[in-house]
Design a protein around this ligand. Structure first.
Ligand code: MF3
Ligand code: CO
Ligand code: CO
Length: 275
């Protein structure tokens, strides 16, 4: 099946869904501190989505083929958890890093975004991983333009991650998104420039690299969802939903408190704004 090209009407509704998803992250940010449980973060986000936004939390009961229904409304992935962490009784403690991944449905359209949060003061190593992963996401997004290739995105991400001695998770990728949570194409976070599908205006997909401080291998926990690093090294992830425009790209998951686009290191070691 081909990659859908969204209509102007679709795009306008995707802007709304994307903004709402990002605003859930703005809302929950002040609550991410030592002593809170991931279950409490889930409860607060669920309440905000349903009661304040009139959005539907897409993860709740989401059950792709081969998976049991996801039991909560957000994903919370702590430290060596790579993605799809299930909120619960776990108490966040000083020095933890946690990814919070929000997907809302508004008027039938999905917005999908995640950020890393520091619980109190992170270690130097944890901070570095989160920062480089953020730069990786932006290095990928900066490749998005009509006539470009999906492989350009993966290559930019992989190059930046490996330059810093980190590894890219291969088993999960970004994805087309719209009326469905996960559509074509798959957006790999590694690869070669000039390969895979050509990008065209009206495509919408996520860029969501998962970067490990150690080896890239992962395993799934017995809960059927939580993915962790095999070597127990820290893992980080950031995610935006992105539209291919005539000029380049537009990030749809924007909000008042979203972090500024990353300044990504160039080959000459100097800094340049990626976007
Ligand atoms: N939000 C995740 C993504 O970026 C998917 C989570 S599926 C869930 O694709 F069921 F775990 F929520
Ligand atoms: Co996603
Ligand atoms: Co997501």
């Amino acid at each position: 099946m081909a990659i859908l090209i969204k209509t102007p009407e679709d795009i306008e509704r995707m802007r709304v869904a994307g903004r709402l998803a990002a605003e859930v992250l703005d809302f929950i940010a002040p609550q991410v501190k030592p002593g809170v449980t991931t279950g409490e973060l889930d409860r607060l986000c669920h309440e905000f989505m349903v009661a304040q936004q009139d959005t539907v939390p897409a993860p709740l009961n989401y059950a792709p083929p081969g998976y049991r229904p996801f039991p909560k409304s957000i994903c919370t992935s702590v430290n060596h958890q790579v993605c799809h962490g299930i909120p619960g009784e776990r108490v966040l403690k000083n020095g933890d890093i946690v990814n919070i991944d929000i997907t809302v449905i508004k008027d039938g359209y999905h917005g999908d975004t995640s950020r890393m949060f520091y619980v109190g003061e992170p270690s130097v190593a944890a901070r570095r991983l989160c920062e480089v992963t953020y730069e990786c996401m932006w290095a990928g997004i900066a490749q998005v333009r009509p006539g470009g290739f999906l492989g350009d995105i993966g290559h930019a991400i992989q190059t930046h991650a490996e330059k810093h001695g980190f590894s890219v998770v291969r088993e999960f990728c970004g994805h087309g998104i719209g009326r469905r949570f996960h559509e074509e194409p798959q957006v790999l976070h590694y690869g070669k420039p000039g390969t895979l599908d050509r990008l065209a205006p009206g495509m919408i997909f996520t860029v969501e690299p998962m970067i490990n401080a150690g080896r890239r291998e992962i395993r799934e926990l017995a809960d059927g969802w939580t993915i962790v690093t095999k070597d127990h090294s820290l893992s980080a992830q950031w995610e935006h939903t992105v539209l291919v425009t005539e000029a380049g790209f537009e990030v749809l998951t924007v909000s008042p408190q979203m972090p500024a686009p990353a300044r990504t290191a160039r080959a000459d070691g100097r800094s340049a704004v990626a976007a």
